[in-house]
Design a protein around this ligand. Sequence first.
Ligand SMILES: [Zn+2]
Length: 146
Amino acid sequence: MKNLIGKRYGRLTVIENTGKKAHSRENIYLCQCDCGNTIEVRSGLLTQGKTKSCVCLYKDTRKKDLSELNQAKKYIDGIHIDLFDGRSNKNNTSGFKGVSRHGNGYRAKITVKGRVYLGTTRATKKEAYKDRLKFEEELLPRKGEK
Ligand SMILES: [Zn+2]
C-alpha cells in the first residue's frame, strides 16, 4: 500500500491516513488545501489527479459556469441549486426540480401550458438540470411563473 503522507497533489498536501476506507477499499487521507481547508479524500482520487483541491479550485475554474447558473437561479423560485443535493423532493426522483431519472441517466422535463418538453438524456443530474434551466429560460415568463 502506497504511503501518500506528505505528498502534494495540486493544492492539497496529504497530512494523515484517517484509517477509514472508501467503498473501493482505498485508504482515505486527510489533506490540507492551500486555502486552509482540510478535506478527506480517497487515495485513488489523489493519485489519479482527480482531486487537486478542496472546493476552492473547483470554484475558481467553475466560476463562469456558476455565474451562469446563478443567473438561471432567478427562475427557480429563489431556491439555491446546492440545496437540492441530497434532498428528496416529492415531485421528482432526482432531487433536482424538473429532473427525473431516465434509463441510466437523467433528463429535464417541463410542462408549459399543457405541453410537455423533454430534454436529452444526460449522464448526470446537474447536466439535466442545466437543460431544465434552459427550458425555464426559454419557455417560462420571466416573472411570476410557478
Ligand atoms: Zn482549498
